[in-house]
Design a binder for this molecule. Structure first.
Ligand code: DGL
Length: 281
């Protein structure tokens, strides 16, 4: 049972549009268990993947401001869509005014650095929401940060995967149909793919379906572990942030939708009971 949080804590904020960020939170708890965490799922407004830049930016900024108000010195945007569409603006335009001493990090840069280490022939595929794919963030960032190791990036938008996860349809025939369709499209775009990035934090929840259609020689990058590993390194390099995070090993869950349905599904995804509260911001 995940405990309720004490008063006066300064947890790491972990934000996603819904349940997907739980795949990141799970690994963060394993990597840095002493830290307190506050998970916020904007389930009332999910999915973000089909929304415009302006809307995703506004929603994400609201969530970040809210997490700062709860005392978080550091916020992890555990959502590729929000990382792709909002992170840069928040870091460069908003943080200097609203909280110059706090940090907001995303999930795309750590994934890009890792894929550069993993690929053998430089042919990479990205599965993501329509928003992430249209933003071009992965091809752009792979171009900048892969040290020339990635020579080709193809992408496939999977608009139905997030709703399938949010509605707990992960083992259904419908999920199988759409996973197969999108994977086949991606594979047809580059016959030499050797690594696929699951560029949406919801997608690891569909991993059993995904593995059915991805040939075994192609590696699949799931982000949770990578983000956790990179964050642990970041905290070592930034003691000024690390020392401000409270260390009670406690995790609080908040959702903008019904707490009961969040509890039910989060337990399924996390493998343990949670006791969330509904918040509005
Ligand atoms: N988990 C989010 C991501 O990584 C899902 C986005 C959505 O709400 O559509 O992109």
């Amino acid at each position: 049972m995940i405990k309720r949080m004490r008063m006066q804590v300064s947890p790491i904020g972990v934000f996603d549009s819904g349940y997907g960020g739980l795949t990141v939170l799970k690994e963060l708890i394993k990597a840095i268990p002493a830290c307190d965490f506050l998970y916020l799922g904007d389930n009332a407004r999910t999915p973000y993947g089909t929304r415009s830049f302006r809307v995703v930016y506004e929603y994400t900024l609201q969530a970040v401001r809210y997490l700062f108000d709860q005392g978080c010195p550091l916020v992890i945007i555990a959502c590729n869509t929000a990382s792709a569409k909002a992170l840069r603006n928040i870091q460069q335009l908003d943080l200097p005014h609203i909280a110059p001493d706090r940090r907001v990090l995303g999930v795309i840069r750590p994934s890009v650095e890792k894929v550069a280490e993993m690929t053998r022939n430089g042919h990479v595929g990205v599965l993501g929401t329509p928003g992430t794919v249209l933003s071009g963030s992965y091809p752009i960032e792979l171009g900048k940060w892969s040290d020339g190791k990635v020579v080709s990036t193809v992408q496939e938008a999977c608009p139905l995967w997030v709703p399938l996860v949010e509605n707990n349809e992960i083992d259904s025939e419908g999920a199988e149909f759409f996973v197969k369709k999108n994977i086949n499209h991606l594979l047809a775009k580059d016959k030499n793919l050797d690594t696929i990035i699951l560029g949406c934090t919801h997608y690891p929840l569909l991993i059993r379906q995904i593995r059915k259609f991805v040939p075994p020689e192609i590696r699949i990058l799931e982000q949770g572990e990578i983000v956790a590993e990179k964050l642990a390194g970041y905290l070592e390099r930034h003691p000024e942030i690390e020392k401000r995070i409270s260390k009670g090993g406690e995790v609080v869950f908040q959702t903008t939708e019904s707490a009961d349905s969040f509890n039910e599904k989060a337990a399924l995804f996390l493998g343990q009971e949670v006791n969330a509260e509904t918040v509005h911001f």
